[in-house]
Design a protein. Structure first.
Length: 227
């Protein structure tokens, strides 16, 4: 066993992932193996460098597809990358391989735990996506209502302006109506007087006064019509 691996193991146990990864890299250059790639993948996960962790885990599986821990490393890396469906599938594959080689319950439980963790993360992501979608829909509805309100307010202002413009004309029309009513009333009075004169008992010859009164009423009606 290369000395670099032992040094890497010591650094890994105390959480010094950078130093451990460096020692594992030196060991890989001397004697590459699936175990060394698995260990370095774990270091990269500890450093949140999930892309590198996935690369080493995949290399580990390529070198020995019957070594279950490689699938656990890959599942962890995929979970870190939020590729949760792939992570669940990888953990399930690890369980399958583990049962084939007779892995003990403690080892199998490691995969069950990883699978459960990925499933819970997936549920959380889906719930968050649902909340975000609902929030976006509410925001869109509010925006549409705001636009409608602005358009309605603008239309109200425009109509109000038209009403204000029509007020002077309406006032003039009201004056004309009043004037016409007064004229009509005068005409009715004059016609009434003329009718009374015409229905009075006829004399053999009308007096100049009576003829003049009738003519006067006719002129009055004519002037009323001409106003």
């Amino acid at each position: 066993m290369p000395e670099q691996k032992l040094l890497g193991d010591r650094r890994f146990k105390i959480g010094n992932f950078n130093s451990a990864a460096a020692y594992y890299s030196e060991a890989i250059e001397l004697h590459p193996s699936h175990v060394l790639y698995s260990n370095r993948s774990a270091c990269y996960c500890g450093l949140y460098q999930y892309g590198l962790a996935l690369r080493d885990a995949s290399k580990c599986i390529d070198l020995d597809e019957k070594w279950p821990k490689g699938y656990h490393r890959k599942g962890a890396a995929l979970q870190g990358l939020n590729k949760l469906d792939e992570a669940i599938t990888t953990y399930e594959k690890g369980l399958e391989v583990g049962r084939e080689i007779g892995l003990d319950n403690k080892g199998l439980e490691m995969f069950e735990s990883g699978k459960k963790s990925a499933a819970q993360a997936k549920s959380a992501v889906e719930a968050a996506a649902k909340v975000n979608k609902e929030a976006e829909e509410e925001a869109e509805a509010f925006e549409a209502m705001a636009v409608f309100a602005q358009e309605a307010f603008a239309a109200s202002e425009e109509n109000l302006g038209k009403v204000v413009e029509l007020l002077p004309a309406a006032a003039e029309s009201e004056k004309d109506i009043s004037k016409g009513a007064a004229m009509l009333s005068g005409m009715e009075d004059a016609v009434g007087t003329l009718n009374s004169m015409c229905q009075a008992p006829h004399r053999s010859s009308r007096s100049p006064c009576t003829s003049t009164a009738i003519i006067t009423q006719c002129h009055l009606i004519h002037r009323t019509r001409m106003r």
